[in-house]
Design a protein around this ligand. Structure first.
Ligand code: ASP
Length: 406
């Protein structure tokens, strides 16, 4: 990643912010023409989302293959992978618990929205065992065509391991993987250059259809989620980065600022990968660690998504007049941790996985319709936390490796 990308990325984050504000203003002005915005503005937002989804498969496949190959030793991949996965799981479970705790404190002030006319077409929900079986691909192309990210990761690991085992014999393949990785990263930055238009076209119809009320009535729920995001960043990442990563947390957050801004505005962990790689390495993460840990994290590590799922579960339960029991809360911690693993790093993915969390404790999946209108606002914060967690892991794993090699 060269400097010119960084120079371009900062103004882009600003442009996206302006697009957000404009979308709200235009949406409010177009309230009496909501049909028009849904018919003629929303499709451009859909085009943008489709392009992001299109590029995610190849990006994850090639960046993880390139990361594994750069480690040159399967045992090393295993060590790094093991530490990474334990860190990702533990922080995500803690994140869900923080989300649930904050939402419970806020519960009394959550609005009691009517649930009588709700309809949300949830995707077929899957059990935890289905999620496990689904990690392993049964076909070479389907994981990519269906954007099944966990299967793409398994493919990338298998192919990466094979390349390491074959070594010098397949040197041109190693070079090829690195070049293709560069090509897809470039495609990603071209697509993300369209983010301001995408954000505007996605949000404007939502505001036009629902008005400012949509944010107004959910302000407390959004606030609860953002407080939990902040608490997780300030408490958990500061603690892990300073104790396990040997780095001053202030330095860490400052160094992460460009990636944080980009994630906040793009709402895509995978889209933020190139900038996150750059920021983490500037902070001292080694290239070989970052290029394996970050793409993996952009796909499976979603602390912000887990918090959002915890907060929304409590809010939706309260709208239905249901009080969750402690054992249901524990079920939410487990399923939200799994659900966030299965969430792709693209805008809006976490909301789809919320269905699995709600279903696990018997809450009506239709309740998702209550929060769908402001999903983008939840998503901006949760993506920011998601990528910050990935970077904290890169710093920690690098520090551990350095200590071990001393
Ligand atoms: N947008 C999030 C991300 O890319 C995923 C989600 O929707 O929770 O990290």
């Amino acid at each position: 990643m060269n400097n010119s990308t960084k120079k371009k990325s900062l103004p882009l984050a600003g442009q996206i912010f302006i697009a957000l504000v404009l979308a709200v203003i235009v949406g409010l002005l177009m309230q009496s023409h909501a049909d028009f915005t849904a018919k003629y503005i929303k499709p451009f937002g859909t085009i943008f989302l489709n392009l992001v989804k299109f590029i995610v498969g190849p990006i994850v496949l090639f960046s993880i293959m390139a990361g594994v190959v750069s480690l040159r030793d399967i045992k090393k991949v295993g060590q790094i992978g093991g530490t990474t996965i334990i860190y990702y799981f533990c922080t995500t479970a803690v994140a869900t618990a923080i989300g649930l705790a904050v939402a419970n404190i806020f519960r009394a002030s959550f609005p009691a929205l009517s649930t009588s006319s709700l309809t949300y077409e949830a995707p077929a929900s899957s059990s935890a065992m289905d999620v496990l079986v689904n990690i392993f691909p049964s076909n070479f192309l389907v994981p990519i065509t269906e954007s099944n990210m966990l299967q793409v990761i398994v493919m990338a690991l298998l192919i990466g391991f094979a390349i390491i085992m074959l070594g010098e014999k397949v040197a041109p393949a190693i070079d090829g993987i690195n070049r293709w990785n560069d090509i897809f990263m470039k495609c990603m930055s071209m697509i993300l250059a369209l983010s301001p238009i995408g954000v505007f076209c996605l949000l404007c119809p939502v505001v036009a259809a629902n008005g400012a009320m949509v944010v107004g009535s959910l302000a407390k729920v959004l606030l609860a989620a953002y407080i939990a995001y902040l608490l997780h960043a300030i408490i958990v990442y500061s603690l892990t980065v300073s104790t396990l990563g040997g780095m001053n947390p202030v330095k860490f957050f400052k160094g992460m600022a460009p990636a944080i801004m980009f994630a906040f505005s793009s709402a895509s962990s995978v889209g933020t990968l190139p900038i996150n790689l750059e920021c983490s390495q500037k902070l001292g993460a080694s290239k070989e660690v970052a290029s394996f840990v970050l793409p993996l994290g952009a796909t499976i590590n979603m602390d912000g998504t887990a918090i959002y799922q915890g907060v929304c579960a409590i809010f939706i339960a309260s709208c239905y007049g249901i009080t969750l029991t402690p054992s249901q809360m524990i079920t939410i911690v487990l399923t939200a941790t799994l659900a966030s693993v299965g969430t792709a790093g693209v805008p809006g993915a976490g909301m789809v996985m919320l269905a699995m969390v709600l279903a696990s404790v018997g809450l009506p999946v239709d309740g998702i319709a209550l929060v769908a209108g402001v999903d983008r606002i939840f998503d901006m914060g949760r993506t920011t936390l998601n990528i910050t967690g990935d970077a904290s892991c890169a710093i920690i794993v690098t520090n551990r490796l350095r200590k071990r090699n001393k």
